[in-house]
Design a protein around this ligand. Sequence first.
Ligand code: NOJ
Length: 550
Amino acid sequence: MGKNQWYKDKVFYQIWPRSFKDGNGDGMGDLLGVYEKLDYIKSLGCDGIWFSPLYPSPGVDCGYDISDYYDIAPEFGGMEAFKKVLDGAHQRGMKVIMDLVVNHTSTEHEWFKKSRQKIEPYTDYYIWRPAKPNGKLPNNWDSLFEGKAWAWDEVRGEYYMHLFAIEQADLNMDNPLVREEVKNILRFWLDMGVDGFREDVITFISKKEGLPDDHIMPASKGILYFNHGPHLHEYLEEFDRDVFSHYDCMTLAEAPMVTPKKALKYIDETNNRVLDMMIQFSTQEADCLFMDFNHIPFKLRKLKRAYSNWQNGLEGKGWNMLYIENHDHPRMVSRYGSEKYRVESAKMLAASYLFLKGTPFVYQGQEIGMSNWYPSDPEMYEDVQTRWQYFNVGTKKSPEKRLQRLWHGSRDSARTPVQWSGEENAGFTTGKPWFFVNENYVDVNVASQEQDEESVLNFYRKAIALRKELSCVKNGSYTEYNKASSALYTYSREDEKQKILVVCSFTEKEVPFRAPKGFDIDSARLILQNYPKAEGNIKAYEVRVYLWNK
Ligand code: NOJ
């Protein structure tokens, strides 16, 4: 947790490095490509960058399986390229945060190689257990990616825990030596000048003593015992006390299944705070049950409840992290918006969250309204979790049904290369792209949107500029109206100087518009809209933002 709260004024841009921009023509995004695009990111009004992992990694989980915490992967350009980007960002007034992935390491990490051979002091760096006498696994927990949470290691003759892929072994955070390692990693990057961390599934680092069998959850067994575990607060407090509190940095914790009440245990500014912000998942669950693959029709009321719950729940105490997309979920236009009304709905989705209270994050490609990818063959998917879902789950269903399930649920849809232009490979690379480019790049790309005043890209620029200009967006109160509507999300933000009303339509049907009581539309200034004329009924995926100065 940093000394200052600069993050409250920032808008972050998330870079998933493999697919952002290739600078050296080898087909994979890299830091040379990022360097070329720093001015572009700044031009959006974004003044912070979150990098998904850049460290050396075998790439089983696209970098979330780290084999060396003290270096930058050669395919991304190595340390020299990173320092250049870091300096370049700082010169432009932008902050840079790294991904901290310490729930697990790659099984290629030196620590794991030594741990499996019981070489001290690494013997207890991971969660090892013998097989049960009846030959059964140490417990019944599930991996979130593939099968059970245990893999047998021939070398050591024991099982190790992996809550994600088999090649991602869970660290034993109860071991003080492991916590010292984490602190050294943090100091290394903070001393270099990075401005903070997004902490990958950090709420999983403390497992319940005894690793008991889970007889409660029907699926994802164990999650109640490893999420928000018994020593989580204590370990986060230790990291904060020994490291973060000595730097001007920010911390953002990824927190599956968190509620505002639970979050306040960690981010309450008035009491015992150990983190700055948390990434909640509830706003990602308006069209699925628990995970994106379990698709159900989109329900606006569910989304609105989630937004209001977080806006109200943290009010006066904690600070929200705001996002609609990241590298773990399919594209929003294809989910809560509409591909038929791609431009309108991309703009509406932008306004639906950019005027809320908190620090917004924009994920690469979101700013041009990139949409989902529909490959014809499951073999085209790269992601370890997606492949497991196709080849091992619901295998009795028809191949068509199973493929459709991936179209709805796979995070690979958000991992296709950023569409920079209408040229070959969407201008992402001059080489052969490491992954498929979404075929719609000819119509959807940055270059053409730069030329178009009314593009999604320029809408993002306007919305972000407004957000920075209006004091009520930073600190004003939040009120939601017409909660029962399954078509419109309407909210206001208000402070002593001004108030705004944001009206977002999540349907292609026309809907009558009645301003909430106390809002005189005739005396308002319309400051943002996605149709040439904002009059009468609310049109398909329309958004209007009205301003009243006091
Ligand atoms: C959450 C990350 O965002 C995701 O991409 C990754 O696969 C898992 N944690 C495991 O590290």
